[in-house]
Write a protein that binds this ligand. Sequence first.
Ligand SMILES: [Zn+2]
Length: 85
Amino acid sequence: MILIPCPWCGPRNVSEFRYADEAKVRPDPNATTPERWRTYLYMRDNPAGWTTEKWFHRAGCRRYFTLERDTVSNAVRAAEASREV
Ligand SMILES: [Zn+2]
């Protein structure tokens, strides 16, 4: 069982959550090139090791947050509230 620490609800079973995306900076769609926008929308790094991700607590507070997770061991070391809704 994997416990995900929601910043508002505390540690909960991973089945209450939905993976949203890798946490990355969104380029300005009016100022970026089509290639860079396409890369932002569709390309993922998929690293083996520590990565920063966005998660959604769908069966709890229904808020997004940022999580640092090791993709090899599923260890979690930090979670913080996300500014995006
Ligand atoms: Zn929550």
